[in-house]
Design a protein. Structure first.
Length: 402
């Protein structure tokens, strides 16, 4: 496989080597295996209830569950709501959350739908999505509202929908791609939407074109519809020809820029897009992805940004990687869900009692039997100190909410 990086871009290829093991505590949170999974919380502040959004299958149809996981996140007190079901329910996007309201986009009957929580769960179809077929969904929040992206299978473009009422209703905002953006159904990488944060208007989308090139599109949501989109290719992969495996992707905002990881021809690629120059990323090939795991015939991915300077990002595929800001990477040898396949997602938490012990919470498939677990990772090398603060939980969560 040939990979080409365009002029002005740096490719930092590293071979991830086995480093010291982390400490893992694994708790059951749902007794069904998930086809897709996203992790966040129901609120801000210390010790919030965690939220796992899961798509499962009952043997006939897919079902979308919202699972509430209260502290101390050990599987006790967990409750669930089935938000939706359908034979063609898929493409669960990242969770958007702000001021007690949660929006989670997904696809049903090839239309774009959102599950919304404001004390109760409701689901609605975005009206402007019903005339075409869509294959992906994602969500971000900016200064200008809530935005959902979706790959239009008919036009080979990406459509953007905007809500100015916290996800109650969405209208069409804009479209980009010039008929060149391929879908996961074609074997392409699933597109990702990621915003700089609620206090900014800057957004990027990362997606794959007909010719195999990965492309980044930047836009600012303070521009009125139909928006102004600027795109640049940045990484050459094989042209998507037909579906063979699910080529997933994941994204999050970090201290210095956006982090996007994707399945690039069965390699785990991590791209860093600086906020100041988001169309000129640096890239790092972390290692290979095993899409035919011991339990699932596909492999999801996730990115958990570092908690500050000198800390390490976590990137999860069939292996769990620790990645320094300079791009150097190591694998975690005792990651409990290594090479079993299936969906994964993660958040970072900080626990305080006179000091700080960063932790990573991972939503992973249960190893060896049906189910979904929450794994808590403690990395002693990144703690200011460990003070044994284990009674109760006053952790503050940082997830992918935009």
């Amino acid at each position: 496989m040939t990979k080409i990086v365009l002029a002005g871009l740096l490719l930092a290829t590293s071979t991830a080597t086995a480093g010291g093991g982390d400490l893992f505590a694994v708790a059951p949170v749902f007794d069904q295996s998930a086809l897709e999974a996203k992790l966040d919380t129901f609120g801000d502040g210390p010790g919030p209830d965690a939220l796992a959004m899961l798509i499962t299958n009952d043997g006939v149809v897919n079902q979308l569950y919202a699972v509430r996981i209260p502290p101390p996140y050990d599987g006790t007190g967990t409750t669930m709501n089935m938000a939706d079901s359908g034979a063609t329910l898929f493409a669960l996007g990242d969770i958007c959350r702000d001021d007690g309201v949660i929006v989670v986009p997904y696809i049903k009957d090839f239309n774009v739908r959102v599950a919304r929580f404001d004390g109760n769960w409701t689901t609605t179809t975005i009206p402007d999505s019903v005339s075409h077929s869509f294959t992906s969904a994602d969500c971000v929040i900016t200064t200008d509202g809530w935005f959902v992206s979706a790959q239009d299978f008919n036009d080979s473009d990406i459509d953007i929908f905007q809500s100015i009422d916290s996800g109650v209703s969405f209208s069409w905002y804009g479209q980009f791609g010039d008929g060149q953006i391929r879908s996961p159904f074609d074997g392409a990488v699933r597109d990702q939407l990621v915003a700089r944060g609620p206090g900014f208007s800057q957004v990027i989308s990362v997606h794959q074109r007909n010719d195999g090139m990965m492309q980044v599109t930047e836009f600012h949501t303070n521009v009125a519809s139909p928006g102004s989109f600027e795109s640049d290719p940045f990484f050459a992969l094989s042209p998507p020809a037909s579906f063979t495996v699910v080529r997933e992707s994941a994204a999050a905002r970090a201290r210095l820029g956006y982090l996007v990881s994707f399945n690039g021809d069965d390699d785990a690629v991590l791209a860093h897009f600086p906020y100041a120059t988001p169309r000129t990323p640096t890239l790092n090939v972390l290692g290979s992805i095993n899409s035919n795991g011991a339990q699932f015939g596909f492999q999801g991915g996730s990115v958990v940004p570092a908690s500050g300077p000198g800390r390490r990002h976590r990137v999860i595929w069939s292996d769990l990687y620790k990645v320094a800001e300079n791009g150097s990477a190591t694998t975690v040898p005792n990651y409990p869900a290594a090479h079993i396949g299936g969906p994964v997602d993660g958040c970072r938490t900080d626990r305080s009692s006179g000091g700080r012990t960063p932790q990573i919470r991972l939503l992973i498939p249960r190893v060896g039997s049906p189910g979904t677990d929450l794994a808590t990772v403690i990395d002693p090398t990144e703690a200011d100190f460990i003070d044994g603060f284990e009674s109760g939980d006053t952790s503050s969560w940082s997830c992918k909410v935009e």
